[in-house]
Structures are given as structure tokens and as C-alpha cells.
Design a protein around this ligand. Structure first.
Ligand code: NAP
Length: 264
């Protein structure tokens, strides 16, 4: 028994708590959906000191994403990880860690002249990353049980491929955005190339695809909750960005959609 299991009277009780955490995340996604009808998530181009003191953007991204890396590493290294010898569990954990290694240790330091992040947005991101990092990896390392041949199941294969395509689109699109700015420039330009030819929020399209694939491969309420939360937050921001581009640039490509190529 490890230090976390000791907090519960039985493994069933801990698994029940993890399930409740996932349902609570879905409830929070619904609340966030309603809030985002009235305000834009306050960071980046919508940053405002109304939401607390402003933090340097690189520092904010590094610290806020760090729990999504450190909590899983703690769970995998210092607690008894009963299910980590299973291939499906290993691959799903690898997807999560792969994303958050890049997001924590590489992405923040590549940002060019990003707007500072207000404390409230930073604080909510820290909480989300710690909560989600714990929920995903505790479930995958301790409780998730897949059939022995799950990695050859079409759902797992399709989900993993979606995850990979989504991740690559997200990385490529973030790369395009950051290269719109030369040294010392902090303004905005029309992004071109890659999935930006089809949508204004190509990086969000990639990220939503990524976690939808993860949910398809993982088939759990925990992975589904993460995909739902990501979709709610990023789709609202995608529509806000699209509207913002249309208002700012007269020559903005007319056929470009907001989030889903050819659809919306
Ligand atoms: N899983 C989740 O729930 C979740 C939530 C949020 C973000 N994310 C991910 O985190 C990453 C960053 O998200 P974000 O919301 O900060 O993305 P964003 O608003 O698209 O901004 C990304 C970076 O590019 C700059 N930028 C954006 N559009 C630009 C333009 N037209 N011209 C020049 N520079 C531009 C921004 O600068 P400014 O700061 O100056 O605007 C910022 O540094 C994305 O990959 C996203 O998918 C994930």
C-alpha cells in the first residue's frame, strides 16, 4: 500500500473518488461554458489587470503547467504503480507525459513577446494542471484495466493516431504563431500556412483533436472529462479569436473557419 492508498479504506473507495473527480470536471466544464459566454479567458490578447497582478508570460506558463508533469512523475516514481507494466497503460501515460514535457519545459521558453498573465488565470491553470495530472495518471497507473489485446483494438489505434496528428498540428501551429513576430515585436499578424489555411485557431484544433484521441484510446470517464473540458475552453477562445481577427484585419481570408475546417 502506498501513501495515497492509505488515505482510503479500500481500492474501490479510491476508484470511486477518482470517478467523482472526473464527473466534477465535467460539471466544471459546463460552468466554464456558461462563464465563457460572458467573458473571454483573461490571458494572451484578452489579458487584463482586472484579474490580478500580471505575471511574466514565460514564468506563468512554466509554473502553471509544471504540476501536470510533476504530479504524474511523483505518482509513477514514488507510489506503487500496479498497472504500469501493461502496454496500453504505458502508452496512454506516455501520451500524457509527452505533451506535458513539451508544454512545461519547451513551450514557455519559445514564446515571443507574449502578453503577461493575470494572477487569477494563472492560479486556475495551476489548479487544473495538478487536478488533471493526478486524476489521469493515478487512474492509468493504478486502476485502468484493458483487455490484453487492447492495443490492437481499432478504438485504441484510431485514438492513438488522432492523438499523434493532433499533437503535431498543435506543435506546428504554435510554431507558425510564434514566428509571426520578429525580435521585440508584440503585435498581431494574419497566420498563414498549415491548418491556418482552414481555421483561425489551428493550435486549438490540434489540441482538441489530441485529447479527443486520448479519450478514444483510453475509454474512461477521466480521459473523456479532460477532452470535454479542453473542448469547452478552447472552442470558446477559438470563436473569440476568429471574431477578433475579422474585426482587426480587413483582408482576413473570408473562407477561413474558426475551429473546424469547412464546418464552423
Ligand atoms: N488543454 C487546454 O485546456 C488548453 C487551454 C489553453 C491553452 N492550451 C494550449 O496552450 C497553447 C497556447 O494557448 P494560447 O491560448 O495562449 O494560444 P494563442 O492565444 O493562440 O497564443 C499563442 C501565442 O502566440 C501569440 N499569437 C497568437 N496569435 C498571434 C498572431 N496572430 N500574431 C502574432 N502572435 C500571435 C500569442 O501572443 P499574445 O500572448 O501576445 O497574444 C501567444 O504568445 C496552445 O497550444 C493551446 O492549445 C491548452
Amino acid at each position: 500500500m502506498d501513501s495515497i492508498s492509505a488515505l482510503f479504506s479500500s481500492p474501490e473507495e479510491e476508484q470511486y473518488v477518482l470517478d467523482c473527480m472526473a464527473y466534477f470536471m465535467i460539471l466544471m466544464a459546463a460552468c466554464t461554458f456558461v462563464c465563457l459566454l460572458f467573458v473571454n479567458a483573461a490571458y494572451g490578447r484578452y489579458s487584463s489587470s482586472k484579474y490580478g497582478f500580471l505575471i511574466n508570460v514565460k514564468l506563468a506558463w512554466f509554473i502553471q503547467e509544471l504540476p501536470a508533469f510533476l504530479v504524474p512523475v511523483y505518482l509513477l516514481v514514488w507510489t506503487s504503480s500496479r498497472k504500469t507494466s501493461l502496454l496500453a497503460n504505458q502508452l496512454l501515460i506516455a501520451m500524457f507525459l509527452c505533451h506535458y514535457t513539451q508544454r512545461t519545459f519547451i513551450y514557455p521558453f519559445l514564446i515571443r513577446e507574449g502578453k503577461p498573465t493575470p494572477f487569477l488565470s494563472f492560479f486556475l491553470a495551476v489548479i487544473f494542471c495538478a487536478y488533471n495530472g493526478f486524476m489521469q495518471i493515478r487512474y492509468l497507473s493504478h486502476y485502468a484495466e484493458y483487455p490484453a489485446d487492447w492495443v490492437t483494438n481499432p478504438c485504441f489505434i484510431a485514438g492513438s493516431l488522432l492523438w499523434l496528428c493532433g499533437w503535431l498540428i498543435n506543435l506546428h501551429s504554435d510554431h507558425i504563431l510564434r514566428n509571426l513576430r520578429g525580435p521585440g515585436e508584440s503585435g498581431y499578424k494574419i497566420p498563414r500556412g498549415g491548418m491556418f489555411e482552414y481555421v483561425s485557431a489551428a493550435n486549438y484544433f490540434g489540441e482538441i483533436t489530441e485529447w479527443t484521441g486520448f479519450a478514444l484510446a483510453g475509454q474512461s470517464v477521466h480521459s473523456a472529462a479532460f477532452a470535454i473540458f479542453t473542448t469547452v475552453v478552447l472552442s470558446s477562445r477559438a470563436f473569440a479569436h476568429h471574431k477578433w481577427y475579422l474585426a482587426k484585419f480587413e483582408d482576413y481570408p473570408k473562407t477561413r473557419k474558426a475551429l473546424l475546417p469547412f464546418v464552423v
